[in-house]
Ligand binder design. Structure first.
Ligand code: ADP
Length: 295
């Protein structure tokens, strides 16, 4: 499902949570990446037609989000950051209840609930109370409820926060699989979460600072990623001067991965950029531009 945003701004009082965002979501799996406070939830809620922008236009599947919100809501599933549970209900009961709220017809209710439970691999837990579920199982149940009604668009806001690494990987794979059928919008502050996305944007302080594929984001750090080895005594100076991405200490030597536009030392080794490097480069560039414009 194609989504087009044109010059979207959201103000809370005189604070701009989103500034003039123009972007195109072609479909597939789409990531919204940015640090806390970047405006991701605000944008997700606008796309879920739960929040009205102060200015700008939002088109979802050819419909105008401001005027045709009710039609759009019938075609989307939403997993908010805080998904309320009824801990004493069993998974099956909870989903049946949500299916009623979503106007799924009585004749289809049972089979749809079974289908979505199977989709997220929870069918064998259908009769267990949701209060006993692990974090990963809860998030999968959250996706199951969002899938009721066969939405063309699935919006999931920071779904991997609080999951352990194994659950996170499984959850990402689930979203990637679902994106073959529906458009999936995923917001996150964890760079690795967007590895499987077809395309993504990076937001920083309400501004769009990157738009492209994961490979293109990594390429933003081409020729500026280095590995250096320095004695521990010299480390504070290196740390002060450069953006450090990772360090390892052994035998009085610090080995570090860092960003620098020129070789930081004569024996520095150039490294191939990874997604995290590109993300840091983009964020840092934007911060620098902001500081310069305020200077
Ligand atoms: P993210 O999801 O990227 O962490 P949010 O969209 O939640 O970012 O918030 C973006 C900014 O807008 C933050 O600075 C936040 O404090 C502010 N904000 C969010 N909601 C409100 C609100 N209802 N009133 C005032 N400020 C808000």
């Amino acid at each position: 499902m194609e989504i087009i945003l044109t010059e979207v701004t959201k103000e809370y009082g005189n604070f701009q949570a989103l500034s003039n965002i123009t972007m195109h979501i072609p479909g597939g799996m789409f990531g919204l990446l940015g640090p806390n406070g970047a405006g991701k939830t605000t944008l997700m809620r606008i796309l879920a037609t739960l929040l009205v922008p102060t200015r700008g236009k939002v088109e979802i599947g050819g419909l105008d989000a401001l005027r045709q919100g009710a039609y759009i809501r019938q075609r989307l599933g939403y997993l908010p950051q805080e998904f309320g549970f009824y801990p004493s209900l069993k998974a099956f009961e909870l989903l049946e209840y949500i299916a009623i709220l979503k106007n799924v017809s009585k004749s289809q209710r049972k089979s749809q609930v079974e289908t979505v439970l199977a989709e997220v691999n929870l069918l064998d837990q259908a009769h267990r109370k949701v209060g006993t579920f692990s974090g990963g199982m809860r998030q999968r149940l959250g996706i199951a409820q969002a899938l009721l009604g066969n939405p063309e668009l699935l919006i999931v806001d920071e779904p991997t926060a609080g999951l352990d690494p194994e659950e996170r990987i499984r959850f990402r794979n689930l979203l990637a699989r679902l994106s073959k059928k529906s458009t999936v919008l995923l917001s996150t502050h964890i760079v690795a979460d967007v590895e499987l996305c077809d395309s993504l944007v990076v937001l920083e302080r309400g501004r769009l600072v990157f738009s492209g594929s994961p490979v293109e984001l990594a390429a933003r750090a081409s020729h500026i990623v280095w590995q250096v080895k320095v004695p521990v005594e010299q480390w504070p100076e290196v740390e002060r001067r450069y953006t450090v991405l990772a360090t390892q200490i052994a035998d009085g030597t610090v080995q570090a991965r860092l960003l620098a536009s020129d070789p930081p030392q004569a024996d520095a080794q150039p490294l191939a950029p990874r997604l995290e490097d590109g993300y840091m480069a983009v964020i840092q560039n934007h911060q620098k531009q902001r500081e310069e414009s305020h200077a």
